[in-house]
Design a protein around this ligand. Sequence first.
Ligand code: GDP
Ligand code: MN
Length: 390
Amino acid sequence: MNLVYQLFLLTNLFGQISLIYIDPNGYLVYCPCMGRFGNQADHFLGALNFAKKLNRTLILPPWIEYRQGEPKSIQVPFDRYFKLEPISQFHQVITMQEFMERISNSVWPEDQRISFCYMERKSLRGSMKKDCHAKEGNPFGPFWDEFKIDFIGSEFFAPLHYDVWHTAGLIDKWHQKYPANKWPVLAFTGAPASFPVQKENIALQKYLVWTDEMQSKATNWIKLNLPKGAYLAIHLRNGIDWKRACEHINDSPKLFSAAQCVGYNNEKGVATPDMCEPSKQLIIKQIRQELKSYHSKHPTNGIKSIFVASDNDFMIKELNEAFKRLKISAFRTNEKDPHLDLMIMEKSNHFIGNCISSFSAFVIRSREVHGFPSAFWAFHTASTQIRDEL
Ligand code: GDP
Ligand code: MN
């Protein structure tokens, strides 16, 4: 094996010598420009796999967040939420911050920054230039601006694409068309990955590990706020944007993340309005069933409380009323912190999520890593099916 490491000695402004490693196989960066956390996480798993197959270092983009009333997206460093070491065990990565500060000058000088898109993208500003227009609109502009990146041109990569699992020889074609010595950085206008996450990439979830700081936030919250003992977590995705999306469910049997329960080819069913937007009655009825079945499996350690995560209606009053006799109360955080909610759902003894939501999907994938069980609203899981069949 040749020594693939190219080490560069750089002398910085203060005369100190620093050693940086430059990947001779090149880099890949992209804007996670679609959707919020759940969508971005799905895309991340695909992009990680694509970078691995291309054998280019993946530049970890910040997470893009939106704050109410703010016209521009906010970029949160990737490693504020997740550890780098577990991902590095799978493939070489570097945060975008570090890449831009330490490496970009050597491999990606300003006059060589080309944006990649599948084909020409229409300009929002009426420009007729054939271009990716990679910085037009929000979050496109604010994302690259965060690192003072401007593009001098565009590259349309069609007919190449990134479905490397199902296209023989595709990786070779990428290498032939874009060799690392001529194209050290491939900068994609959007994620080089599909949504929802492909089946083959789900297992990569195990490399996404919350930082210790994040995890202790969740464990402390649980310790301080939930009664001692087992808890059921539920995700109620019911904001106005969601209700609108659910209106299309009958025309889209695999809407959004539905494949996680109905299968990628609808082999396990089709997405229904109840799965997307379960009624309060359905929610209470299903929780009752899940509590019963949990209790029969864990007679000495039944569920003591219900943790509710939601983007809108938490149903705390209704749940407390419904389960008063069982002495089970419902709890929520007041922080409006999606990541805290995700972690608390992840750690629960049992979970009921929304099959259509990629936010729920993140929780379910993370729980699978630990072998924790999950269920979906209004969908018969394998275990209940088996019971039904008996
Ligand atoms: P999806 O739209 O459900 O597929 O998932 P996304 O993550 O792409 O977008 C939904 C966004 O709504 C999340 O990223 C959160 O910002 C917010 N959201 C949805 N459900 C919850 C929740 O249970 N708790 C909190 N705090 N935010 C949520
Ligand atoms: Mn969404």
